[in-house]
Design a protein around this ligand. Structure first.
Ligand SMILES: C[S@@+](CC[C@H](N)C(=O)[O-])C[C@H]1O[C@@H](n2cnc3c(N)ncnc32)[C@H](O)[C@@H]1O
Length: 441
């Protein structure tokens, strides 16, 4: 069991909250430990969300962010006790808070509302691209342009359009920004490299894992597969007797396919839903699983954090969360990221930069692209602790190469549960198909 962390009682000074004198320096000043810095990041994110991005106040916020950014980086350095790699990581998290979707919206509003020096707008755009990715930046711009047009804000419209035009001089004839649903409409999901063998191996592992953790097959045990895709995992677990299991996914086409595949007389096994807003009551589920690297579809640190918070909300106190993520530091995944980074450069997609190693532009077919966010384990663990999971265990497993033989990635199974008697290591030994195991400490 992890020791309970004491939270400082007041993080962001009251004088900063809700006032137009938003000042990053004040907020972060005095953060002496990484955890403290993390807490302030979290509150800053919440605070940013309270600003109406089209207001004058938001412009003040944007200016304050730009002005105090370097000082805040210094504070991050101190909070990391001068360990360079940790300092880098904290600064990275800082940027991911300030240039999160909401932060980006505020910044773009600022760039559109007055004539800004080119250096400054470049700085802002670069940070946005490296944080939420080019596709999301373009989506955001599209939304803002529509809004400006509707409201007849011609000057703002022109400025933003200019900024975009300059940005896109880079290219681009390729359309990189697609909604996730569009993406899954054009690719054949069954050709996606989650093969039968992978699913079989996962289901074997899940079966013994659930059993060992006392999760029963009877109706009273409720299990939900979030991001269930076309439903194979749910279908097989249901076949093996788990009565009360269902899957949700935001892509309607997946849900339809899943329903067609599974004709076991249970009509309500699948529904359309989003992990940011799960259609379940507080503390109503025994198990939430989210497998197949689905969580790499989150946009950034903030979104992943929100999703974890949502998982925590719907799980019972002693509920079980099972997720898997790729290890961004594994040789297999590094190779994969480098490949896409090069491809992105070749196609002038602009958003994949090996320097920002947790972000890649990925593509199932090298024609349609989207972002993937793959933080390090330690970040995942920290976030899980922050939302209230008291026991986050992480294991590294290597799944057998799939049938195509081309995707020998390291996959990380992360299991989280509340009681202290988690027997993850033992259960992994019994997952016959997972051939190699290494405990990450
Ligand atoms: C790589 S697929 C994995 C599907 C399935 N879990 C499997 O292993 O076969 C990723 C899934 O995440 C889903 N997903 C993406 N964004 C989501 C969201 N906001 N809420 C829930 N699921 C989401 C996608 O629709 C997709 O089905």
């Amino acid at each position: 069991m992890n020791p309970k962390r004491e939270r400082p009682s007041v993080l962001i000074p009251e004088s900063v909250k809700g006032s137009s004198s938003f000042n990053l320096f004040d907020i972060f000043q005095g953060a002496e430990t990484e955890m403290d810095f993390f807490d302030r990041l979290q509150e800053t994110r919440q605070l940013l969300n309270t600003f109406d991005s089209s207001s004058d106040e938001a412009n003040g916020v944007a200016r304050a962010i730009l002005a105090s950014f370097p000082y805040t980086i210094d504070i991050a350095r101190q909070a990391s006790q001068n360990i360079e790699s940790r300092a880098k990581y904290l600064s990275w998290e800082l940027r991911h808070t300030l240039f999160s979707s909401k932060g980006s919206e505020i910044m773009l509003g600022y760039l559109s509302s007055q004539d800004i020096q080119e250096d400054e707008s470049k700085f802002v755009l670069r940070n946005i691209i490296h944080t939420i990715g080019l596709p999301n930046l373009l989506n955001l711009c599209r939304e803002l342009l529509t809004e400006y047009k509707k409201e007849g804000q011609d000057k703002k419209y022109q400025r933003l359009e200019n900024i975009l035009r300059n940005l896109l001089l880079l290219d681009s004839s390729k359309e990189v920004f697609r909604e996730l649903g569009d993406l899954y409409d054009v690719i054949d999901f069954d050709k996606y490299p989650v093969t039968d063998k992978t699913i079989e191996s996962r289901v074997n592992w899940l079966n013994s894992y659930l059993q060992e953790n006392g999760v029963g097959r009877e109706k009273s045990w409720k299990i939900v597969d979030v991001g269930c895709g076309t439903g194979d995992t749910v279908a097989r677990l249901a076949e093996s007797g788990y009565e009360n299991i269902e899957g949700i996914d935001p892509v309607e086409k997946h849900i339809q396919t899943a329903q067609e595949k599974l004709q076991d007389g249970t009509e309500e096994r699948f529904k359309v839903g989003d992990w940011k807003n799960l259609p379940y009551d507080d503390e109503s589920l025994d198990v939430v699983m989210c497998m197949g690297r689905s969580l790499t579809h989150t946009e950034d640190w903030g979104e992943l954090y929100r999703v974890f918070r949502e998982f925590r909300r719907v799980l019972k106190k002693d509920g079980l969360l099972i997720i898997d993520m790729p290890d961004p530091n594994s040789p297999g995944y590094k190779e994969y990221m480098e490949y896409y980074a090069k491809l992105a450069v070749k196609l002038d997609l602009g958003a994949s930069n090996p320097e920002y190693q947790w972000y890649i532009v990925d593509s199932p077919d090298e024609e349609h692209f989207y972002n993937r966010y793959t933080p390090e384990f330690e970040v995942i663990k920290k976030m899980l602790n922050m939302v209230g999971f008291s026991n986050a265990e992480i294991e590294r497993v290597t799944v057998i190469p799939n049938e195509k033989g081309s995707q020998n990635w390291d996959i990380t199974a992360v299991a989280v549960e509340i009681p202290a008697n988690l027997q993850m290591i033992d259960s992994l030994k019994r997952g016959e198909q997972f051939v190699k195991k290494e405990n990450i400490k």
